[in-house]
Write a protein that binds this ligand. Structure first.
Ligand code: ARG
Length: 392
């Protein structure tokens, strides 16, 4: 899809050794200053940035450029249904943090700032990667995630998605309680200190116990989930500059927990249990016991978050908001790249308006990317061989 004035990037492999691409810097700065007239004319700024890149291989964003760039990256996130509020992203400039201790305490502050009820979208931006230099990163995929353990009988305890990562943490000496909802330690790696593990203080881990408005037995399943989804291993790229550590959070849409985390067969796989408690006929698929259990599980999640006073949206409301976002961006003359397979909720897809249409598929920048190496570290604490070669 071609939109004049917007460059479609094909999903990229990051070359951490290459200097900043000056044309990408220019694209970004022109757009940033165009969208923010109060920043003044872009030409003098371009001259400075060109000179900085020629001399050092990179350049330094002003706080305004950083903030707007991070918001643009959210705006461009084609898998995110929640983009209506992209302008309200709170951007914390953490580019001066160096040590693992500093980074950890700023991550704790991030969670505090995100809140524990009336949540707000926040991103903390840590130092940019310097071409060819090692950089600080967090191995975890999210700041808060539950450990997964392989039990003796072959059944898993906790979140199966975190089996490999939990193993890796245990290999570094971490010991969890061995429960279904043990919060993993943060694995922070810096160039000078290597890998260090930190336990988050309980006061920044807001959790919601899951109960059901009509079925008292539901609470006894002992389900819970954390209030804040905070992705911590995606690289933020703005105008050719890469920020490998830029954790961000929004708030949950109920289905992420009720139709995926607690329901997927390779996650907590709760539908058979819920169906049994509901007394459903599970002998044949055509009774739709899975679907019926799924609805009750999702009612429970939404009701529990509401009761706890923790912000969460349902998929009907969020889908409508996304269409409002499409309209307002269209009015501003901007394309809205979107990935249908991610935008459509994982339950009742056709009941939501986002199902009944197609979207522009483009890769616009600024953007968030999940690099292979970052995915691999989050999966099992290893670096994939390919990136190892690239790092030299
Ligand atoms: N789906 C992920 C999870 O269940 C979170 C992804 C980001 N979600 C969000 N609402 N910002 O943990």
């Amino acid at each position: 899809m071609i939109v004049p004035g917007y460059r479609d990037h094909s999903a990229e492999q990051w070359d951490p050794v290459a200097p900043v691409d000056a044309s990408e810097a220019e694209d970004f700065l022109r757009r940033c200053y165009l969208e923010n007239p109060r920043l003044g004319p872009v030409e003098p700024r371009l001259a400075i940035v060109r000179a900085q890149i020629a001399a050092t291989g990179t350049y330094v964003h002003t706080p305004d450029e950083l903030a707007h760039g991070a918001r643009m990256a959210w705006r461009n996130a084609s898998r995110c249904i929640g983009r209506l509020y992209w302008k309200s992203l709170l951007v914390l400039d953490r580019r001066r943090a160096r040590t693992a201790d500093e980074i950890f305490s700023l991550l704790v502050q991030h969670l505090r700032t995100a809140g524990d009820g009336q949540l707000r979208p926040v991103i903390s931006v840590f130092p940019a990667a310097q071409p060819g230099q090692p950089f600080a990163r967090v191995w975890n995929e999210q700041l808060i995630r539950y450990a997964g353990y392989r039990g003796k009988d072959g059944r898993t305890v906790g979140d199966p998605r975190q089996l490999g990562f939990t193993d890796a943490m245990c290999g570094y000496g971490w010991r969890g309680k061995g429960d279904d909802f043990d919060v993993l330690p943060l694995a922070i790696e810096t160039p000078t200190e290597g890998l260090r593990l930190y336990e988050l203080p309980e006061r920044v881990i807001r959790e919601v116990p899951i109960a059901h408005p009509d079925y008292p037995w539901f609470a006894e399943l002992g389900l819970r989930w954390h209030a804040v989804p905070a992705i911590s291993n995606m690289r933020l790229t703005i105008g050719g500059v890469h920020y490998p550590l830029a954790p961000f959070n929004g708030w949950y849409m109920g289905t992420e927990i009720g139709a995926r985390n607690l329901a997927d067969t390779d996650r907590y796989d709760m539908l058979p249990t819920v169906a049994a408690c509901l007394g459903l006929d599970t002998s044949r698929e055509s009774t739709l016991w899975r679907d019926r259990a799924l609805v009750e599980l999702n009612r429970a999640v939404l009701w529990s978050f509401e009761r706890a006073g923790v912000k969460m949206s349902d998929h009907h409301t969020e889908a409508r908001r996304f269409l409002a976002h499409l309209r307002s961006e269209e009015k501003a003359g901007r394309p809205v790249p979107a990935d249908w397979t991610w935008i459509v909720p994982p339950m009742s897809g056709s009941l939501t308006p986002v199902f009944h249409r197609y979207y522009d598929e483009m890769d616009l920048r600024p953007a968030f990317y999940l690099d292979e190496e970052a995915a691999s570290l989050a999966r099992d604490g290893t670096r994939c061989p390919r990136s190892e070669i690239m790092r030299g």
